[in-house]
Design a protein around this ligand. Structure first.
Ligand SMILES: [Zn+2]
Length: 154
């Protein structure tokens, strides 16, 4: 369950939400293929949009200059163990970048086929303006249910 945040992505942008996967995560050492995780998250979101007659459409692009959202690796600060972060939308554009803390993700021993796409899908929801239902700052990957797992098992 997520709720709408204060700002929104414009309709034209929602129709073509371009994503660039930075080499720092696409080629990162470690157990997970993050480019594949992004592809999976995109498939889930686009499928969900189709079934709900939404205009929302994500796709990857080969250059950052073409992208509305960049997915990259980095350090996510904070004491509550978040493994990723992204700003909310501004000026009609989605929040960017999605930063995944690979050290924290790997340390948590989360799965590549389920948890990695779930994490990306969750951050994509924030990027287009969905917030956690609780107070600001609450929640983490386990606290919020974007319907990715359910979709994945269909
Ligand atoms: Zn979140």
């Amino acid at each position: 369950m997520m709720k709408q945040a204060g700002s929104l992505v414009s309709r034209d942008v929602m129709r073509d939400l371009t994503i660039y996967v930075d080499p720092s995560i696409a080629s990162a050492a470690g157990p997970c293929n993050w480019a594949a995780a992004v592809d999976s998250a995109i498939r889930y979101w686009n499928w969900a949009a189709t079934t709900s007659s939404s205009i929302l459409k994500f796709r990857t692009v080969p250059a950052q200059s073409q992208a509305k959202i960049t997915v990259t690796s980095g350090t996510v600060s904070g004491s509550t163990g978040e493994q990723a972060q992204v700003p909310f939308p501004s000026s009609g554009n989605p929040g960017t970048p999605i930063i995944v803390d690979l050290v924290k993700f790997n340390a948590a021993q989360l799965g590549c086929n389920g948890d990695a796409p779930h994490l990306i899908g969750h951050e994509l929801a924030h990027a287009i303006g969905l917030a956690h239902p609780g107070p600001t700052g609450s929640g983490d990957i386990t606290a919020v249910s974007v319907p990715l797992r359910q979709i994945r098992t269909r």
